[in-house]
Ligand binder design. Structure first.
Ligand code: S3P
Length: 436
């Protein structure tokens, strides 16, 4: 598989418009398929994960046309999906598998959902458990793993508090709740990303916050969902890799246009500011219920800091990049309460510790996080890196490699396509084409 050589140095300079947000794209695709009529989605994510979602709906009889980042989905209404003739393949996408499990739990047919090797290793009990409580029959491997065989239909509404904060689990229950006999409630101690709630409202469902807390929501079953024209804002979780590059490379100045700024996702910007990064946000607008704006950043010395507690769930996808900034920050970066990172596309704690150590960083690994020593531990050097097939590990370590001495080789570098196929090309362009 393709490797990529990263030569260090250069400067990030310029403006970029990023591909659409991965989380929002999944949700728009799912709800457009369940709505009546043709929805048009612009700036749909180029991420392979979001194309896995589209492919699954094609298998269930939904007509989908794609023209670059524009996707037209001819929804057939809440009860319009047909039983798939083949196993549905979520490939590398946890969001596809967990959220589709919710939709499939509500269908009167049986279906099987599988994924690639990485996804078949990831925990699914968290979604199986509440869906079984709602009445779906689900068979899986070893009590916790895909493939999932789902016989849906006749669901009961439930009141559920997920043991681990997870937007995917919350979304699966809310989507299944569309097909239930009474309202369903999900209660969260940390308000995870709320794109599903926002998108459900946009398509015409009734969903309310209860108990006056944003973390508890109730969905009413049986709405008529109506086709929409929607635009997906740029992906902030993707933007973070470019922001990281600008913070590592001296004299950098970067402008990211029209990036999603949903408050349940934007905590990472506060963290950047808290460690001394001059991040500025301008031209904030609300569109289709989601906030978006322009984010700019300049190179500056970073202080470093700690991430723990509720901030972990709020920045879960950004932690690999933040950890990889450790060697460039005065006090390094320390992460705790993040055992969840071990069950992402790879064991991200182990993969980060391994890769950063190979580059010469001093790293202490904990069961629930890691500490990456700061600048005083010395400069990174080039190394041969195995990203373990994980897009965010490949991008985080590629960015760290920009500030190392000597070239770094990233094996299987094409795995970045899971969320940001244009990553290397964008980095090259922003560095004036002088990257490898
Ligand atoms: C996502 C939720 C997060 C995140 C994932 C996308 C989503 O997972 O890590 O990349 O779109 O809902 P969990 O909420 O399950 O932790």
């Amino acid at each position: 598989m393709a490797k990529r050589t990263i030569s260090p140095g250069g400067t990030i300079d310029g403006a970029v418009e990023l591909p659409g947000d991965k989380s929002i794209s999944h949700r728009y695709a799912i709800l457009a398929a369940l709505a009546e009529g043709a929805s048009e989605i612009s700036n749909y994510a180029s991420a392979a994960d979001c194309h896995s979602t589209l492919e699954c709906f094609r298998q269930m009889g939904i007509e989908i046309e794609e023209k670059e980042a524009r996707v037209r989905i001819s929804g057939k209404g809440l009860h319009g999906l047909s039983g798939p003739r083949r196993t549905l393949d979520a490939e590398n996408s946890g969001s596809t598998m967990r959220m589709l499990a919710g939709v499939l739990a509500g269908q009167p047919f049986s279906s099987t959902l599988t994924g690639d090797e990485s996804l078949r290793r990831r925990p699914m009990r968290r979604v199986i458990e509440p869906l079984r409580q709602m009445g779906a029959e689900i068979r899986c491997q070893d009590g916790d793993r895909a493939p999932l065989e789902i016989q849906g239909g006749n669901l009961r509404g439930i009141d559920y508090t997920p043991p681990t904060p997870s937007a995917q689990v919350k979304s699966a229950i809310l989507l299944a709740g569309l097909f239930a006999d009474r309202p369903s409630t999900v209660r969260e101690s940390v308000c995870t990303r709320d794109h599903t709630e926002i998108a459900l409202r946009e398509f015409g469902a009734t969903i309310d916050s209860i108990d006056g807390t944003r973390g508890s929501v109730r969905i009413q079953p049986g709405p008529k969902l109506t086709a929409r024209k929607l635009n997906v804002p740029g992906d902030l979780s993707t933007a973070v890799f470019l922001i990281g590059a600008a913070l590592i490379l001296p004299e950098s100045s970067l402008m990211l246009r029209s990036v999603g700024l949903n408050p349940t996702r934007a905590r990472v910007l506060d963290f950047f500011i808290s460690i001394g990064a001059p991040v500025h946000v301008a031209s904030i607008q609300s569109r289709d219920g989601e906030l978006a704006g322009d984010v700019s950043v300049r190179h500056a010395p970073m202080k470093g800091g700690k991430i723990a507690g509720t901030h972990v769930a709020e920045m879960i996808d950004e932690l690999p990049m933040l950890a990889a900034l450790g060697p460039f920050a005065e006090e390094g970066i320390e992460i705790h309460d993040a055992a969840e990172l071990r069950v992402k596309e790879s064991d991200r704690i182990a993969a980060l510790a391994e890769g950063l150590r190979q580059m010469g960083a001093r790293v202490e690994e904990f069961p629930d996080g890691l500490r990456v020593e700061g600048r005083a531990a010395g400069k990174l050097h080039g190394a041969k890196i195995d990203p373990h097939g994980d897009h965010r590990i490949a991008m985080a370590l590629s960015v760290a490699a920009l500030g190392a001495e000597g070239d770094t080789i990233i094996r299987d570098a094409e795995c970045v396509g899971v969320s940001f196929p244009e990553f290397f090309a964008t980095l090259d362009r922003l560095r004036g084409g002088d990257a490898s």
